[in-house]
Design a protein around this ligand. Structure first.
Ligand SMILES: O=C(O)c1ccccc1N[C@@H]1O[C@H](COP(=O)(O)O)[C@@H](O)[C@H]1O
Length: 216
């Protein structure tokens, strides 16, 4: 999961089965994500994720494990079974830095924002995932199909490579890229036919729309 200053690409998150993974690989996803968070409809058991991760060819998308406020033991339990190339964590910066040091993998921190002042001005991490805040009462901090105001990141001098997430779909991702200035995007709900059920058609449409927008 190399992250240069100008990363461009698409992450398809919340993959739980082989067809969706194959589709994401064939369509040109740069990263694929596996969710290790019980309350999510995309939660995947480590033994299933192990088989999926092994299906990614050399030179294929980076395999990202998503964790919410994880303990070291939770991450260890997954990494003992699944080969991952990076971690996406929902945790404060200091805890994310601890995780990075402890496990020796690149770490992106997910940050929910509601105002420009919420955008981080500094980080010691490998990247940031900038997304909307969850709705009140949500059981999860992301994966809620909720858009942020894309204008909030326009002209932002990001302290690290970043990707835009939250409520992206095939029919709004081009607009989101143009208005936010993002060079990388992350999607879960927007490529599903039902919560947790990925659609090959929507995955292909999303990656095509995003890559066309990056080239525009
Ligand atoms: O996908 C989930 O279920 C999930 C659970 C807990 C934390 C994050 C989760 N998903 C991430 O949230 C954003 C936005 O997702 P969406 O496209 O709005 O569904 C993205 O980074 C997902 O990977």
């Amino acid at each position: 999961m190399a992250m240069g200053a100008n990363i461009t690409g698409v992450k398809i998150c919340g993959i739980t089965e082989a067809v969706a993974l194959d589709t994401a690989i064939e369509a040109g996803a740069r990263w694929v994500g596996f969710v290790f968070f019980g309350p999510s409809p995309r939660n995947v058991a480590p033994d299933v994720a192990k088989m999926l991760a092994a299906q990614v060819p050399d030179g294929g998308p980076g395999r990202i494990g998503l964790f919410v406020k994880p303990t070291d033991a939770e991450i260890t339990r997954v990494l003992d079974t699944v080969t991952l190339d990076g971690l996406q964590v929902y945790a404060p910066e200091a805890r994310a830095m601890e995780i990075r040091a402890r496990f020796g993998l690149p770490v992106w921190r997910a940050v929910g924002i509601a105002a420009r002042s919420d955008l981080p001005s500094a980080t010691g991490l490998d990247g940031l995932v900038i997304e909307s805040r969850p709705p009140a009462g949500s059981t999860r901090p992301g994966g809620n199909a909720r858009c942020l105001d894309w204008g909030l990141t326009e002209g932002w001098r990001a302290p690290a490579p970043w990707m835009l997430a939250g409520g992206l779909k095939p029919d709004n991702v081009a607009d989101a890229i143009m208005r936010s200035g993002a060079r990388a995007v992350d999607v879960s709900s927007g490529v599903e036919s039902a919560p947790g059920v990925k659609s090959a058609t929507l995955i292909r449409a999303f990656i095509t729309a995003a890559m066309n927008a990056f080239r525009a």
